[in-house]
Write a protein that binds this ligand. Sequence first.
Ligand code: PMP
Length: 404
Amino acid sequence: MTLPAQFAKRIGRMKASEIRELLKLLDQPGMLSFAGGIPDPALFPAEAFAEAFQSALTPEHQAQALQYSISEGYLPLRQWIAAHMAEMGVTCAPENVLITSGSQQALDYLGKLFLNPGDTALVGWPTYLGALAAFNAYEPRYDCLRPGDNQPPEAYAAAAEVAGGRVKFAYMSPDFANPTGVTMTRAERVAALQMAEALGAAVIEDGAYQALRFDGESVPPMLALEQEQKGGDLDACRTIYCGTFSKTLSPGLRVGWVVAATPVIQQLVLMKQAADLHSATINQIATHQVAARLFDDHVASLRAVYMRRRDAMLAALEAHMPEGVTWARPEGGMFIWLTLPEGISSATLLERALAQEQLAFVPGQAFYADGSGANTLRLSFSNSNETVIAEGMARLGRVLNSAL
Ligand code: PMP
């Protein structure tokens, strides 16, 4: 095969991880996996979707549901999203909303919109692996943005210039981040907005887990905080909010959205047109029907279930983790992030866990743009019941004790 020689240079940055190979073992009987950050399928509102799809396919509605549609997305769904954003303190018109095929597509488009090769993207160390994967295709340089660190904006700008580009955006997931579970305080959000302002950079706010708060005080989205600072003028905002129905209703339907200033949305609509014309019409119609019918009640029941699972995992970690292993208590989302003693490799630990205990998790290194974080790992509590979580953490304790 001679074609790989013809592949574009950017392909060099798009690599499959070795972890993927290991995680292929997950289907083995008896395996307990805390690796995938996925919703529990038993909680999908399948009946409501069945009715919604059935109704969309009646003679009355099928001509619309099975037809091409506009790139911006199904208007009633965009109207629902505008009302949903208003509940979170963001005032926007349906014209400021673009429907995407999952928020992952939005991350790809935003990389395409902003990044020339060598430009700088500010991300957390660690950050969402899928964001790095999406941005990598546009050949950026990464720099680390830590909420609360005292690095002045000029230092980021100067380093970006040395690398031959500019700081184009800061990507963050301020609520129950993947992988850390950490939530940014209001002060940290304001400071990050100030930093972006000083750099003339955009803020990409990933709200994937925002609806899944179990306890504590909710903090307004960065876009809401910025819009308030700017007297309500969304078009003056540099924050681009990415939302998704994947963690609340269904990831398989691939329905997400972007809310941003009009010029940003207009440009993204052109990208959507060029890339896939529009997201699946019938999926948007069904998502709208189901969201309008039961979103709040459904999310309330998800929160209750996931909160019990978080609590079960925290209790089991307390019971089984050896000295020197630390973690934080997330107020929502799907993840608990563990830091192991220095020198312990979580990738090696995963090999042992799979072989000795039929246990899986995600080693943390893949979430670091600089390849550090070898002694960290991510556990997901969303897709296992309390009994499985207790057994899984006991297994993790045994593997760790044998490694330490
Ligand atoms: N952002 C974050 C932080 C995520 O964890 C995920 C899913 N793992 C996504 C975005 C993408 O989700 P989707 O494309 O299904 O909306």
